[in-house]
Design a protein around this ligand. Structure first.
Ligand SMILES: [Fe+2]
Length: 215
């Protein structure tokens, strides 16, 4: 469905045309641009006293002008002059090192470079795997770090996590000094990994049943 956002904000929220439906922020105005065209919409807005009703007369004018812009008229009703196209950079939708999963196919990805778009797989938004949000035994999932000769040893968890075919730790990850270290595990392995580093910024582990965990 085509979505267009106008230059005009109403009460701080952008006016958006989604398909044929006008919205202010998330609020649908109940007016459509289909069929009768923009002039019909403007007439309806005026006849019904504008929308949403709490808007002042000046805000209603801005709304109508913005609706015209969205339709491609290109003239703000308040200024009567051609609006110059603007490019507004969207803030990133993702953050570094976030991990997302597709709930349909099981794809899991980690963000190494942020961007403005949402991550989509199999036609749906991917789900952010926030750490330590699953209702499961913490003592079996929160990684435990121990200093050893030559680096650190990470064990999942305080009580060793199962490593069966149907339930196991898929990986242990350590982020330190701008580097990411990942040890991938298999069923039957011991749920631990060695890393040749000293200081640690973040330690995480992923259980295929109980999700993402961090120390
Ligand atoms: Fe688990």
């Amino acid at each position: 469905m085509q979505e267009r956002t106008g230059l005009t904000a109403v009460e701080g929220n952008p006016l958006t045309l989604v398909g044929n439906e006008l919205k202010v922020g998330d609020k649908a105005l109940g007016f459509e641009l289909a069929g009768n065209g923009l002039e019909s919409v403007i007439c309806r807005l005026r006849r019904l006293g504008g929308a949403p009703p709490e808007l002042s007369a000046s805000r209603r004018c801005r709304l109508i002008g913005a609706a015209r812009d969205l339709r491609g008229g290109g003239h703000g009703i308040l200024t009567g002059r051609q609006r110059a196209p603007t490019t507004r950079r969207k803030p990133p939708m993702t953050a570094m090192s976030q991990v997302y999963k597709c709930e349909k196919c099981g794809n899991i990805v980690e963000v190494y470079h942020t961007g403005a778009g949402a991550l989509v797989c199999c036609g749906d938004p991917m789900v952010l795997l926030e750490e330590n949000t699953t209702d499961a035994a913490q003592e079996k999932h929160v990684p435990v770090v121990e200093k050893v000769d030559g680096g650190i040893k990470v064990t999942v968890g305080e009580v060793a996590h199962p490593m069966a075919d149907e339930h196991y730790i898929e990986w242990i990850e350590v982020i330190s000094g701008g580097k990411t270290y990942t040890e991938f595990l298999r069923p039957g392995d011991v749920p631990e990994a060695m890393f040749p580093i000293g200081d640690v910024e973040l330690i995480r582990a992923y259980c295929n049943v109980h999700g993402h965990w961090k120390a």
